[in-house]
Design a protein around this ligand. Structure first.
Ligand SMILES: [Zn+2]
Length: 274
């Protein structure tokens, strides 16, 4: 568990997404939940070492399974963007498939856990923005899209901190399969103009605006390469084989085939947008 400010703690070491907690006068606001049950237990215990306040809300930054499947372990109202509902419904019948697709190297960690995991629908949804007035701090949720059709950004002005969800992954290749790249790039440029000292990415270590700048460079480089190859007459499938971006971020050798598939899938989506 990493202390960001007096009010904010995060954990970036679990398998899957990062998680955070904001400690307010009106209770605890959780950002995401750990993907695996053992990590959810660990996270609760870690929080209890710092505070005994009640869990007030759990916010999901978007509908992707790693970010939301652990919500079943937390007994408080969950908040997500209204576009996330379809994604939650999808998981009711496709959870195992998602694990197989995105975490094939970690089967020993998730396989026995899958039957313990239940999809819990968010009780509170919103369309443009939602502010939580928590007594001694305001938590601003804004719909931004970009990484997915349900992606929201969470800003805590008093702490100068942003939870970016998967609109920023640090030192890690993102999933581009549901991306709208122009919107995504606009969001990243917007962060650079905000009063922000700390960015909590969806995956990878916490950072400052430099991680937004690096990630912006990645998306621009990705788009540039796909556009150049498309203009040279290559088909979407051919572009997938030719794009040279895997070494932009460090990749564990055992995860190279999975990351490579992720990039190939992304090129097809981006091809239609450049
Ligand atoms: Zn995602």
């Amino acid at each position: 568990m990493e202390k960001i400010t007096d009010k904010i703690y995060v954990e970036t070491e679990y398998l899957g997404n990062n998680v955070g907690v904001i400690i307010t006068r009106e209770g605890l606001v959780l950002i995401e939940s750990p993907m695996l049950s053992a990590d959810a237990r660990h996270w609760k215990e870690a929080i209890r070492k710092v505070t005994d306040k009640k869990f007030a809300y759990l916010i999901s930054t978007h509908h992707h399974f790693d970010h939301v499947i652990g919500n079943c372990h937390f007994d408080c109202p969950a908040i997500a963007h209204k576009n996330a509902i379809g994604g939650f419904e999808y998981l009711k019948t496709h959870l195992r498939e998602e694990f197989e697709r995105f975490f094939p190297e970690d089967r020993d960690q998730w396989e026995a856990d899958v039957p313990n995991l239940k999809v819990v629908m968010p009780q509170i949804t919103f369309s443009k923005e939602l502010f939580l007035n928590m007594g001694d701090c305001v938590i601003e949720l804004k719909f931004v899209g970009g990484h997915s059709a349900s992606s929201v950004s969470i800003y805590i002005p008093s702490e100068k901190t942003v939870f970016a969800g998967d609109n920023i992954d640090n030192e890690m290749h993102p999933f581009l399969g549901q991306a709208r790249l122009s919107v995504w790039i606009d969001y990243l440029k917007g962060i650079l103009d905000m009063e922000v000292d700390t960015i909590i990415p969806g995956h990878g270590p916490v950072g400052d605006k430099q991680i937004a700048i690096k990630f912006l460079k990645y998306l621009e480089e990705f788009m540039h390469q796909v556009k150049t190859l498309k203009e040279a007459g290559y088909s979407p499938e051919e572009v997938g084989g030719k794009i040279d971006i895997i070494d932009f971020f460090p990749v564990d050798p055992k995860e190279r085939p999975t990351v490579s598939n992720l990039i190939t899938e992304g090129t097809k989506v981006i091809y239609a947008q450049v």
